[in-house]
Ligand binder design. Structure first.
Ligand code: PLP
Length: 389
């Protein structure tokens, strides 16, 4: 307890910081920095050139590809390296567009890098369906069933929600696809799931998976798209034909290799257990605190939402920032603009959405840190209420 108070005092003096916005990004491992520097400054050769040096670099990125496939639990298919999940999602969706009488299926819970691509498909005249979320924050599979048909070309659904942490029933979605939409391909945006929750592409039965290194302590600006069969998609950028002709442009070798370092360091099952425990400890500090509601959708241990009665999420975020606790705005941020499609779709009202902040953990935090963060959040909320009197 004493240690917690010392920590809180330290934070109040601005001496340290507790980062609870790990769904936004994560701190890169030091080891990734060393790998990055090595491949940027020493092994800087272009993997597509013909020198022996280039061949060596080429074989290095092939080894990174194999590590990605292993971590995805893939027995077939390959990984296309991209600049991150936004690009992977664009490639999966735009690349699977086909001429003819086809339909495309998404959910209301998707990240903008899927949702806005879906909207632009719709604007270009394609038939697009958006499926509602149920009260558990998951894609409503009864409603999904209603829009699937032999015309369905693509189903693109996220594995874990970046806003709520809810985990979709992807196996069930694939089973529905097999029954009602046999010609469709299934893509999952697994940004908040890959290297965080245990899963394998073989077990899920999906065709494409997007991921991004900066969400699992790798560098920013690199990620990948797993593709079970290269014939499923077409390239969306023309150029030199790198990455199996699906993503032209010289590969970002230092970032790909640094991502490999992160992949090799993480033990997903161990981190999952650790994070679940940290979340439990954090939630215990907020137990019985009147006015603070924890929305835990029972999915990923890495993400949850807090609602603050009578205080805006944005106000809390700034007040906490001053005290060295960094949280995310998630839903409240978009609620300010145009009404939040995700919490709103689940059934929360505007007041609740505006009062929300997103808390997201990483497995390397300490119990002391999450306890201190909980205490600071409680204290800050009490101060905010006091000001309203
Ligand atoms: N999809 C989800 C679910 C995300 O949470 C994010 C990042 O916040 C992205 C896609 C975009 O990832 P990137 O930053 O690699 O483009």
């Amino acid at each position: 307890m004493c240690q917690v108070f010392i920590k809180i005092y330290g934070f109040l003096k601005g001496e340290s910081m507790i980062f609870l916005d790990n769904a936004g990004t994560t701190k890169m491992f030091d080891e990734c920095g060393a790998t990055y520097t090595h491949f940027a400054c020493e092994e800087f050769f272009n993997p597509s050139a013909v020198s022996r040096e280039s061949a060596r670099v080429h074989s290095e990125i092939e080894s990174a590809r194999r590590v990605c496939l292993k971590k995805l639990g893939a027995l077939t298919g390959t990984v296309i390296f991209t600049s991150g999940a936004t690009e992977s999602n664009n490639l999966a969706i735009k690349g699977s567009k086909k001429n003819g009488d086809f339909e495309y299926v998404f959910s209301y819970g998707e990240h903008p890098s899927v949702f806005n691509v879906a909207r632009s498909l719709e604007l270009s005249g394609q038939k697009v369906h958006f499926v509602d979320l149920n009260e558990a924050g998951k894609v409503d599979t009864e409603k999904l069933k209603e829009v699937l048909s032999p015309k369905t070309r693509l189903i693109s659904i996220m594995l874990v929600s970046n806003e709520t942490g809810a985990i979709n029933d992807v196996k069930e979605i694939v089973a529905l696809k097999n029954q009602y939409a046999p010609r469709a391909v299934v893509h999952i945006d697994a940004v908040q799931g890959f290297m965080k929750i245990p899963f394998s592409v073989e077990d899920l039965g999906v065709d494409m998976v997007s991921f991004s290194a900066h969400k699992f302590h790798g560098p920013k600006g690199v990620g990948g798209l797993y593709v079970r069969n290269l014939n499923l998609i077409k390239n969306i950028v023309d150029g030199g034909g790198q990455e199996y002709n699906l993503r032209s442009g010289t590969e970002n070798v230092p970032a790909i290799m640094a991502m490999k370092t992160a992949l090799e360091k993480i033990d997903v099952k161990e981190n999952f257990k650790r994070t679940a425990h940290l979340k439990e400890v954090f939630n215990e500090t907020l137990e019985n605190c009147e006015g603070i509601k924890i929305l835990d959708f029972g999915g990923s241990p890495y993400i949850e939402v807090l609602l603050f009665s009578c205080v805006k999420g944005e106000t809390m975020l700034h007040a906490l920032d001053e005290k060295g606790v960094i949280v995310g705005l998630g839903s409240a941020c978009s609620a300010k603009k145009a009404g939040n499609r995700i919490l709103e779709n689940i059934g929360y009202n505007k007041e609740e959405i505006i009062s929300s902040v997103r808390i997201s953990f990483n497995a390397y935090m300490t119990e002391d840190e999450v306890k201190s963060a909980g205490e600071i959040i409680k204290k800050t909320y009490a101060e905010m209420l006091e000001r309203l009197k």
